[in-house]
Design a protein around this ligand. Structure first.
Ligand code: DGY
Length: 409
């Protein structure tokens, strides 16, 4: 495993662009929000200073509203669509106009805990920014039942998950401008979202742009609003970690307990008894998606246990060699190759595994062993076929390498 560990470090170093780490060369040539947060956990295993810098560079792109963008276009690069000229945002760093799940708040806590004395000043400096991001989430992404929703599949992080299918099908995208995809020039198009998916992504981008990325205006005109277990669990976890940090460092904790209570209630509204799992819900129709996803299994990460999810976990270990898949193998939309519709993403297993270990769920060592074997034999691709472990998507992927360093090895 020393050889594999060295290879993982090499991937993270090769993807370092000076203060930030790109997900992978070619396909994703800028700083991505939650990718960076998970990469920072891996970097912290060999360079704590550089791990702090990763989070600091990410937070340098924060908007005045508190929103922290999904993509920061620090330096010009080619081969990616949509770039800054399409988004037309005017934050402190050229960026996209949507956010991503706030894993970085939790990463800041975990990195700090590796050396509290050394990290204290750096964490103190980040506290107001992390706080503003959490407040932004609670102001602009909280549904009326206490769950967190997303206004764009790219913001959810699970771009083409079957979770969004029904909500997307209701949206007329005939006004979409003409554009040229770049992603399918880098990787097999059968591993990527479809053209129809992209039309929707670009159409929603156009809507945000027409609102000049104003939150209130987006809330008024955006037709896509789906409450999501992954977003809700990651936000709940972020608030818990931020409360802990604030208590330890003596910062203001106003509203944080209220946020936690609200989100704990919200989580329960995402329980779909028909599939016995946490599920996403369209806020306009109230309809569940009927989707058991990797996001469903993030309950423990958020400090929420559920007997139904324990049963799902045992089932996931029984039906696939390399769980937890991004989408349930028995689900009708399952596709073992297509991005968030079936492949196993090691980075999601890292988050799931952290939660399992913290709650002493007995399946954690088995899950970790499966991912360890997968990465040791198949390398650090973006995602993998959950049945045979076949690598797919981008190669030499930062958050996959980080998953090895921080958890799987
Ligand atoms: C993509 O695939 O281009 C999305 O931006 C991912 O966040």
């Amino acid at each position: 495993t020393d050889v594999v560990t060295q290879r993982a470090i090499d991937v993270l170093k090769a993807n370092d662009r000076g203060g930030y780490t790109i997900p992978t060369d070619g396909l994703y040539p800028y700083q991505w929000n939650w990718d960076s947060a998970i990469s920072a956990l891996g970097i912290a295993e060999f360079d704590l200073e550089r791990a702090w810098q990763e989070i600091e560079t990410l937070m340098s792109g924060q908007w005045a509203s508190g929103m922290v963008p999904q993509i920061l276009f620090h330096n010009p690069a080619t081969g990616y669509f949509p770039g800054p000229e399409t988004w037309r945002c005017d934050g402190p760093v050229p960026s996209s106009g949507i956010s991503q799940p706030p894993v970085a708040v939790t990463a800041a806590r975990l990195i700090w805990e590796k050396n509290p004395a050394q990290g204290r000043d750096r964490l103190n400096a980040l506290v107001p920014k992390l706080r503003a991001w959490i407040d932004w989430y609670m102001a602009w992404r909280l549904d009326d039942q206490g769950a967190i929703f997303t206004v764009h599949p790219w913001e959810s992080g699970r771009d083409n998950a079957p979770d969004w299918d029904k909500a997307m099908a209701r949206i007329d995208t005939s006004g979409v401008e003409s554009y040229t995809r770049q992603d399918t020039k880098h990787v097999n198009s059968a591993h990527r979202p479809t053209q129809k998916d992209y039309d929707l992504y670009v159409w929603l981008l156009q809507i945000g742009r027409s609102a000049q990325w104003d939150d209130a205006e987006i809330a008024r005109i955006n037709p896509f609003r789906v409450s999501d277990p992954l977003m809700t669990f990651i936000t709940l976890r972020a608030v818990r970690d931020f409360l802990h940090i604030s208590n330890e460092l003596g910062h203001d904790t106003t509203s944080l307990n209220q946020y936690i209570e609200t989100l704990e209630q919200g989580v329960q509204t995402l329980w779909n008894p028909d599939i016995s799992a946490f599920d996403s819900r369209d806020t306009s129709s109230g309809e569940f998606s009927g989707s058991i996803s990797c996001g469903s299994y993030l309950c423990w990460y958020a400090g929420v246990d559920h007997p139904g999810m324990r049963a799902q976990l045992q089932n996931a270990l029984a039906v696939s060699k390399y769980p937890i898949a991004s989408y349930n193998l028995n689900g009708e939309a399952f596709d073992p190759h297509r991005y968030w519709r079936g492949p196993t993403w090691p980075c999601m297993n890292l988050l799931i595994g952290l939660g399992l270990a913290e709650r002493n769920v007995p399946e954690e060592p088995e899950l970790r062993a499966r991912i360890r074997e997968l990465l040791a034999t198949q390398g650090f691709s973006e995602y993998f076929n959950p049945i045979d472990g076949d690598p797919a998507g981008g190669k030499s992927f930062s958050w996959t390498a980080a998953t090895w360093l921080y958890w799987a090895r």
